[in-house]
Design a protein around this ligand. Structure first.
Ligand SMILES: [Zn+2]
Length: 512
């Protein structure tokens, strides 16, 4: 997700435009191709097969989901995130207000039947809002694959969130039941929270069969360019069969015929930007260029983008942008404003393809890991494109970082879990502002090359897996040849008294 914040308003012209497009990054999907595997080369821990039918009139999605995996326990849990938006959910308060907006209709996912290896089982809904499904796996062994089959009906809620619709599109983020992760400390059954992106999942392969009425089109986390598309008569339905290898989630946007795609290639990667007729073609064109240029730049800096496609789609929403594997949602207003904020949002969501997508992290307990790196990468991209225009964005974040020091007295930290942030403002200033300013300050001390080499190693080591904040901190200590604790204390733990020690640490790590 992308948050700008409310303290400083960013007013910038479209100076970036002319300069940006002459840069030579398009065509370089990544310098070190040998170091990043292709998603098809890695065995995935689970295979999701879904056969769904989408009704754009009633805003429902119904079908079956079959998940094949090796059990880790005598039970499995699925997150049913859409149930967070049920009628009985009391989503009051300013933080939910931001997510949902004033006008809202409830939604939910109902599970009709659960089978394990073909046998009906008594699965059980859990959690205050039934956002979890517990499936018993009695007598199943971790050495053998088990298959869980669910029949479900999803009523898509109407609100300002990641799972909603308007008159022309329906965007499905965190819609499909997804396996909870079992870590060293047990099952991770984190509930949906208003603040942050409260998701945590492992890589999996997906095969989706999606049935849609004629006149609609789709963008997804899978590979649309090789999808098998079949028309059925007389029902006038189109069936798409779409695959995705090694993705952490599978998002889908269904669009009517007011949507247009711009398509380009960065190396072998197909990049599509979806906007609507009536949108200013100059703005859409520029966002498409930013998607392409930033994908190329991040590939060059952090390791190649290994997927075949990347879709940037105009949706509604409160979030600025929202990242999913190979697909990002961009809030509609950014297709209607010619300032650098829109470009920053697209670059930010693109950077998430590395920090969240390729390298997963715990977005519930350590939101700073992916958000701070992603927003730092956004600053680095904007700086490379046009240093003068980038200053506005960089100063915004540095200003938020300073403002964040006032939270020290309230016991808040950058590295705390999402439910501990009292407001969106504190979350934005700490996780985005303070977090990205930390990396920016380190870059100024160490130089871009040294920092990006470290980040490239981080991506390479953790590709298709999960990384922790501690691993980043250990890498910093190792790179500097001195314990990074003072630096982390000052920047992430808001120990203002450690400022001088943090600077000393940075200087000690400056030289090889
Ligand atoms: Zn983000």
């Amino acid at each position: 997700m992308w948050r700008k914040g409310w303290v400083v308003s960013l007013v910038l012209g479209a100076v970036l435009a002319g300069f940006l497009w002459e840069r030579p990054w398009a065509g370089q999907a990544g310098a070190d191709e040998a170091e990043t595997f292709l998603p098809q080369q890695i065995p995935a821990s689970a295979l999701y097969r879904a056969d769904v039918s989408v009704d754009m009139k009633t805003h429902t999605v119904a079908g079956t989901l079959t998940v094949r995996f090796a059990p880790q326990d005598s039970q499995a849990y699925f997150h049913l995130y859409p149930n967070a938006f049920q009628a009985k959910a009391d989503l009051g308060g300013d933080n939910w207000e931001k997510v949902l907006g004033k006008q809202r209709e409830p939604g939910s996912i109902s599970i009709a039947e659960v089978r394990v290896d073909g046998q009906k089982v008594p699965a059980e809904l859990q959690g205050r809002l039934q956002t979890l499904l517990r499936v018993p796996l009695t007598d199943k062994s971790s050495s053998e694959q088990t298959e869980v089959e669910l029949r479900f009906t999803l009523q898509v809620p109407y609100n300002n969130g990641r799972l909603s619709y308007n008159d022309h599109a329906m965007w499905l983020g965190n819609w499909l039941p997804i396996l909870a992760v079992k870590g060293a400390d047990g099952w991770r059954l984190d509930p949906y929270s208003a603040i942050g992106d409260p998701f945590y999942s492992e890589m999996a392969n997906y095969h989706l069969r999606v049935q849609l009425a004629e006149g609609y089109q789709l963008a997804s986390s899978g590979i649309e360019s090789v999808a098998v598309v079949t028309q059925t008569r007389p029902k006038r339905q189109t069936v798409y069969e779409i695959d995705a290898w090694n993705v952490r989630d599978f998002a889908l946007v269904i669009m009517d015929d007011t949507y247009r795609q711009q398509m380009g290639k960065v190396g072998d990667v197909v990049v599509r930007t979806w906007s609507q007729e009536g949108d200013d073609p100059k703005i859409g064109g520029r966002l498409h260029e930013v998607a392409m240029q930033s994908l190329g730049y991040f590939g060059e800096q952090f390791g190649r983008y290994p997927y075949q496609e990347y879709d940037v789609v105009k949706t509604g929403g409160f979030f600025g942008g929202m990242e999913y594997p190979s697909l990002v949602f961009i809030q509609d207003e950014y297709f209607d404003r010619s300032d650098m904020v829109a470009e920053a949002v697209v670059a930010h969501e693109t950077a998430h393809q590395w920090f969240y997508g390729l390298v997963g992290s715990d977005e519930v307990n350590e939101a700073w890991v992916d958000e701070s790196l992603t927003d730092y990468a956004t600053m680095a991209f904007l700086q490379r494109a046009d240093p003068a225009s980038a200053q506005g964005y960089i100063q915004l974040r540095l200003g938020q970082s300073e403002a964040a020091e006032s939270y020290a007295g309230q016991g808040l930290q950058v590295g705390q879990s999402v439910e501990r942030f009292p407001t969106w403002k504190s979350y934005t200033e700490l996780v985005y502002g303070r977090g990205s300013a930390m990396w920016w300050t380190l870059r100024e001390a160490w130089g871009e090359e040294k920092l990006h080499r470290l980040l490239r190693t981080y991506v390479h080591r953790n590709q298709y897996g999960q990384a922790s904040g501690q691993e980043l901190i250990d890498m910093l200590s190792q790179e500097a040849g001195a314990n990074a604790a003072p630096f982390i204390d000052y920047w992430l733990k808001l120990r203002i008294d450690r400022k001088a020690a943090a600077e000393t640490w940075m200087r000690s790590g400056k030289h090889e």
